[in-house]
Design a protein around this ligand. Sequence first.
Ligand code: ARG
Length: 579
Amino acid sequence: MRLKNIIKKDIEYTLMNLGFNINFNLLVQPSKIIKTGHYQINNLIKISNALKIKPDQLAKMIILNIKNKKRYKKITFSHPGFINIFFNYHWLSKKLEEIFYSCRLGVQHILKKNVVIDYSSPNVAKEMHVGHLRSTIIGDVMARVLEFLGHNVIRSNHIGDWGTQFGMLIAYLEHKRSKKKFDYHSLSLKNLENFYCKAKKKYDSDDVFSKKSKEYVVKLQNGDKYCLAVWKKIVSITMIENQKIYKKLNVTLTLKHTMGESLYNKMLPNIVNDLKNKKIAIKKEGTTIVVLDNFKNRLGKSMGVIIQKKDTGFLYSTTDIACLKYRFETLHADRIIYYTDSRQHQYLMQIWEISRKANYVPKNLLLEHHMFGIMLSKEKQPFKTRDGNAIKLSALLEEASKKAMCLIKEKNPYLSKKKLMSLSDTIGISSIKYSDLSKNRNTNYVFNWDTMLNFEGNTALYIQYAYTRITSMLKKSTIPVSKLNTNIILIEESEINLAIKILEFEEIILIIAQKGYPHVMCKYLYDLASFFSIFYENCSVLFSSAIKITKSRLKLSFLTAKTIKKGLNILGIKTIKKM
Ligand code: ARG
């Protein structure tokens, strides 16, 4: 249901019929104080000024002539310029009935589009670290939401699997092998990362080694069998390990979504030539650059983006231009969304501008950068280990499970070991995910174990606990869902508030689909669970005064549980049967 939109349309239609020109945006918001209305129009003064009529007079005209009167219980005006709207309870109950048996909870399918979502995108030969968490889980929520709406979602894990570092790694593995210190088959991501650091040191200090590394890069680029085989092995070791993290995180990325930098490698020489031919790129002191007048550096000079180095090597930027072209031409993308942190914002804007200039993508192609801030420690510093290194994502997730285990043991000391383990994983990981997703992605946030592993507040535990309470109450009832054959009757204020909240679900889905803001869903679920708990305190469900009231309240509870479950599912968070 799109309640706001329904009100908006009704009022706009009324004004149109009264002969007014609608060239303004009506601001419909849920009321803060429920007693004064379910919804309110907040910008009546502005509108009445535009229409050259006093606010109270305009309100009166709307109230008298509103279309679809049956939808509303009453509409009132309050000074200086608000219109308060109360929905009719029968109408609300009818709308709830409409969604009762549907698995879509009133969410309509949308005109299908091809949407590419570029997310997670870690680098090969390195373990994923905390910096990859946000891209991975926020991007995944977006993929789930857009799929739920009926879009064709193309998940694109743009892993860093190409570049000069592979020459270095191959050379280092070769060096280890010659010293018989290394068995190819036992290679793991942990020692690969270790090799990476050592190889880098050797590369910087040992000329023979660095020469060898460069030779391997050329060999790899020319498709040398041995180099390709080692490279493939390195990529596969990394991705098998990453896949374990995705599974733990309940993220929908699989190996088939891997579209790393190497995929675009063959396109790069043509891209550079084409940009040169089109006079978009120029050669300056041996390097090929694109100068963009829209982007100025600190000295006010136009900035250049390098697309080919002096030694003819290509760059991250060249790959991203080719990748964008591919996503439009080959994947037929209508919309492309990038999930990387805010530090890459200007860079992406430059890539898009170059691609548009070269006509690789049309000007009206929807390109969006859903950037995000970083995770901070309690001291408000970048979240790092004591020796200043990035914290591994696997270590963070393990710690979450451990902390959750302590919490569960305290609550329920008699749980079997198996159950304890699986519950700890679910709760620990849900808590980390939820605490991240519940923050507005645009800003940095402080990572805090205590607030996230808490039964109170806007946390995963609060929502999951609310869900188990409802389902266990439903289980206690002797009436099965299929026998709930009377209509929902909304009498108490807490019932009406809960009903309206349930009907707002579609609006929340649409906000995420447009802006990529999972925190809106978290806030919604938190409000929904809180409204349920007020309803449950005030209204007896199983022991009400009449069977039809019990049935009605069971239906409301059932719908609440269904909405929480779907909402959590959209966030990639599991519900828990018993706590
Ligand atoms: N691998 C990159 C990094 O770790 C992120 C890639 C983002 N996507 C893109 N198309 N550039 O920073």
